[in-house]
Design a protein around this ligand. Structure first.
Ligand code: CAA
Length: 385
């Protein structure tokens, strides 16, 4: 009998602050419906000074370690496009904060928002090669654009940790996957820039070209027809983009696809904003946490990373999965965020980057289980609270 491999556990963390987009609309003199209806966004998570991709990642992974232990974890694959060091992987910090075994690989994956899916595929290969092993995949990002830019409303922050194993409790990843890659300057962040640069229109067009391209490759490699996919999770820079992708697939395949097949995936992203690598897995969390019993259903996943790469794959929801989801914890994390006003948001945005050349001590500012303590000797330091 063939063994199924996939996602055994999934846990979400986000920033401790939240900005309502109605406030941003009012401040910027923009109709709030542009954000609410045009982009499909209501709020965006903002990080406190003692939070970053590492603290969010460790906070997302901690409940997984508490539930399953860490003995069999053979790798931490950390996907991000908000890297904090050009050399040292953010996975090393998380490995230490979680007290994981020395006998564990650590590495960082980067290809814009696509990195989490690349890490998931690598993890599936690792667990298949070493029976009984498990791999922690963590996608963690903070989406930051320049203040007063068109992209500002599409910021956000979150981490999703996935425990990848054989005989998964949540979803099995099906073998067929389709990919599409082209060198396109639609969105990027040069090494000397704290915020991303983006050609908004081109990024939307490339996202849609990649959904069609990766879909065709998915079908050519044995992937099922649109009619056999029950729900869709698409990368969500903003939630309306997932609907645009569905419409592009419908037009390309000449199929009618009910928008209700993508709507359940938008529940968390609408409240968190873009979380780059984590966004797709947040949408999967929302689908699994929904009211409907999805046992045996197939969910299509479309991952997009600017620059640009797309991948289409599918997962099947496992019997008994509902005993393993974490809806209450995710809703609690969303509700625990402190609402901030525009002045606070702008000051947090302006102070988000800490240059390593200056020793910095960061005062406690959030209530999470891990915090960024500061920088000495050009090295970053973290602690478990
Ligand atoms: N009421 C209702 N809807 C309104 C409205 C109103 N008052 N005003 C505008 N809208 C609608 C518009 O009609 C438009 O809808 P369509 O997309 O269906 O045409 C939508 O709101 C957005 O309006 P604009 O196109 O005028 O918005 P914009 O040009 O000012 O900015 C954006 C939109 C280009 C996406 C910008 O937010 C941006 O650059 N964001 C960052 C890049 C991004 O997210 N790209 C997505 C693909 S790339 C990717 O996915 C990778 C990634 O994570 C970054």
């Amino acid at each position: 009998m063939s063994v199924a491999y996939g996602i055994h556990d999934l846990s979400v963390a986000t920033g401790s602050r939240v900005l309502a987009l109605d406030l941003l609309a009012e401040y910027s003199g923009i109709d709030p419906d542009k954000f609410r209806l045009g982009l499909g966004q209501e709020r965006l998570s903002v990080l406190a000074p003692d939070e970053d991709i590492v603290t969010m990642a460790a906070a997302a992974a901690l409940p997984i370690i508490e539930r399953h232990g860490s003995d069999d974890i053979r790798a931490v694959l950390f996907a991000t496009e908000s890297g904090i060091d050009q050399s040292k992987s953010a996975a090393v910090f998380v490995h230490e904060l979680l007290g994981l075994p020395r006998t564990c690989r650590v590495v960082e994956f980067k290809q814009a928002c696509y990195g989490g899916t690349a890490a998931l595929q690598a993890a599936l290969g690792m667990v298949a090669r070493e029976p009984g092993s498990r791999v922690l995949v963590i996608a963690s990002d903070v989406a930051r654009y320049a203040l007063d830019s068109a992209a500002e409303a599409t910021q956000g922050a979150a981490a999703v940790a996935l425990l990848v194993s054989a005989d998964p409790a949540l979803v099995a990843v099906e073998p067929a996957a389709g990919v599409w890659t082209a060198d396109i300057d639609d969105f990027w962040r040069p090494n000397d820039s704290d915020t991303a640069l983006v050609d908004g229109r081109l990024s939307v067009d490339t996202y849609l070209a990649a959904v069609v391209g990766s879909w065709d490759d998915y079908r050519a490699r044995g992937g099922v027809d649109v009619a056999d996919i029950d729900l869709f999770c698409h990368h969500q820079p903003y939630t309306r983009m997932a609907h645009k992708a569905l419409r592009a697939l419908a037009a390309h395949t000449g199929t009618e696809i009910d928008e209700a097949r993508v709507a359940p995936s938008t529940v968390y992203n609408r409240q968190i904003g873009n979380s780059y690598t984590a966004s797709l897995f947040l949408s999967l969390a929302a689908v699994l946490d929904g009211d409907d019993d999805l046992t045996g259903r197939r969910v299509g996943l479309y991952s997009y990373g600017s620059g640009a790469t797309g991948e289409f794959l599918a997962v099947s929801v496992q019997p008994g999965y509902r005993a393993h989801t974490r809806a209450a914890a995710t809703l609690a994390a969303l509700a625990a965020r402190t609402p901030i006003d525009i002045a606070t948001y702008r000051s947090l945005h302006a102070g988000a980057t800490h240059r390593s050349a200056v020793d910095t001590e960061i005062a406690p500012a959030s209530d999470g289980p891990f915090r960024f303590r500061g920088i000495t000797g050009r090295a970053r330091h973290y602690e478990r609270v």
